[in-house]
Ligand binder design. Structure first.
Ligand SMILES: C[S@@+](CC[C@H](N)C(=O)[O-])C[C@H]1O[C@@H](n2cnc3c(N)ncnc32)[C@H](O)[C@@H]1O
Length: 202
């Protein structure tokens, strides 16, 4: 385990996260689901030192990749949680405590028999809406065409979200400070084109 692990890793086994206790301030809180090798969670928070960030990642190896890109002096506003995110996210983050969520290249689970494993579906969106503040946004990207359509359908069917754009799928990155992640770089190299989506909690 890397030496900065105790600073960055949050234990969510027992208590829900108390951001004021964790960060020592009540700055707006943003989450990333599926931090992968850590490009976004180590890059984007540098543009927003006035915000706090928690990256969730299920795979221990990937958490180690993230930790290698973080240090407490440069990233006092970042923490990581090693666990699977699903509709139980309401057990670890308080109601209406999150200002925005980033979900970049979530696993598409392409086989039909695995679709039930997809992160973005109604029970998760309901829980996500509960932890988000009114007006909070969710940014999603994927280069997987079928999952992109699925994601748009799920968000548009949800009574808790609306698309910010009339055309929910944008071909260009939505954020000014776009961070190209490891997975996005790989897929671009292979010729796939990401779709970017931005939804708002109603
Ligand atoms: C396709 S990779 C993309 C990683 C990163 N976002 C990127 O763009 O490079 C998906 C990542 O999400 C993680 N992941 C998938 N489902 C997850 C879940 N439900 N909760 C937390 N992490 C998850 C995987 O372990 C993997 O690291």
């Amino acid at each position: 385990m890397l030496s900065d692990a105790p600073f960055f890793l949050l234990d969510t086994a027992e208590d829900p996260i108390d951001p004021v206790k964790v960060f020592g301030n009540d700055n707006p809180l943003y989450i990333e689901v599926g931090s992968g090798k850590g490009e976004f969670i180590s890059g984007y928070p540098l543009y927003h030192p006035e915000w706090n960030f928690i990256g969730f990642e299920v795979r221990g190896k990937r958490i180690s990749n993230c930790l290698k890109k973080l240090n407490p002096e440069k990233h006092p506003n970042v923490r990581l949680v090693e666990r699977l995110v699903d509709s139980r996210i309401i057990e670890i983050l308080r109601s209406e405590s999150v200002s925005g969520a980033f979900i970049q290249h979530p696993d598409p689970w392409p086989k039909k028999k695995h679709h039930k494993r997809r992160l973005i579906q109604q029970d998760f969106l309901k829980s996500l809406s509960q932890i988000l503040l009114p007006g909070a946004f969710v940014q999603v990207s994927t280069d997987h065409e079928e999952y992109a359509n699925w994601i748009v359908d799920e968000f548009l069917q949800s009574p808790f979200f609306q698309s910010i754009y009339d055309n929910p799928m944008q071909e260009q990155p939505i954020l000014d400070e776009h961070v190209v992640t490891w997975f996005e770089r790989e897929q671009l190299r292979l010729g796939y084109k990401p779709n970017y989506m931005l939804f708002r909690k109603i």
